[in-house]
Design a protein around this ligand. Sequence first.
Ligand code: ADP
Ligand code: DP6
Ligand code: CO
Length: 361
Amino acid sequence: MASESQNWVLVVTARTPTNIAVIKYWGKRDEKLILPVNDSISVTLDPDHLCTTTTVAVSPSFDQDRMWLNGKEISLSGGRFQSCLREIRSRASDVEDKEKGIKISKEDWEKLHVHIASYNNFPTAAGLASSAAGFACFVFSLAKLMNVNEDQSKLSAIARQGSGSACRSLFGGFVKWIMGKDKNGSDSLAVQLADEEHWDDLVILVAVVSSRQKETSSTSGMRESVETSLLLQHRAKEVVPKRILQMEEAIKNRDFASFAQLTCADSNQFHAVCLDTSPPIFYMNDTSHKIISIVEKWNRSEGTPQVAYTFDAGPNAVLIARNRKVAALLLQRLLFYFPPNSDSDLNSYIHGDKSILQDAG
Ligand code: ADP
Ligand code: DP6
Ligand code: CO
């Protein structure tokens, strides 16, 4: 290290949005490398709403790697954090900050320690993909700090080793996680199908039914499904490969009817797999079911889908409206069925601002 003093600190801050799968990932064929049993497709949310912000710092005065999540120190000893740190460190390059007189060589990175502070601006471990935004931001911010020269897809394969869904958060817009064939996972990575502008009529509303931490983490839930659900085997082999092709086509053509039909069907099948698991896993609750009924009835009465719903491993609804006008009507309906400050479970709508109500006409 060129710098004589031990007092310097080099800092990088990054922000990464979460993503919500419209064709779900549920099941691993390799637990350690996090290799999935099927491809998946997601939409990355607007970074202004649900996101993780992570600051990483390096200094010769740090004597160990440490991390704080939402203000509380957590252990970095877990295999997932260690895999990501190892993969990033091994790709580090020289870094020079002339103003501060800091010069870090490739070799120095093996000896230097990092401190990491991360905040999620939405509920953690509640089924809103905090692990996706969290690990994508972890990898991205460390890669920036350590001057890693890899493209986003290569970084996505590293983020995948933190949490599978994280690989898709390195891109905006519509993203596909290709399951890959290699035993070492080198071809299991994310690619962008279409950018943020491709289908900007869509409006996404997240209805937070409960911000409580779920009882069964995604990791253990899908492990139990792989071990016990025959429906999961059928889904991975027979159903998802066809749906992936149909979903890619729907996105390319901005075909909302097909998009909505596939999104809702896939969410429902994923929750059916959870029910087919032994012992069964219940991620949705009565409020989630009520939201499904409201949307299904509305779509049927219109003759063509207006809104798609999807639920990850938790009770919270992600609702995708075909345009702003429909989003405004949707919000009106949700406010009617779940009045604010009543004893209804639905306490907030955190993605999509209420000014869209003006569009209801
Ligand atoms: P979720 O539905 O929120 O993704 P998971 O069960 O998949 O829930 O993952 C939750 C776990 O993800 C947390 O317990 C934590 O280990 C990890 N995680 C969440 N946020 C972050 C973050 N900002 N940085 C690193 N890891 C995170
Ligand atoms: C239902 O990526 O959280 O959200 O790879 O074990 O960390 P790990 O699981 P995680 O699982 C996400 C499951 C899902 C569907 C999806 O995002 O595709
Ligand atoms: Co997760």
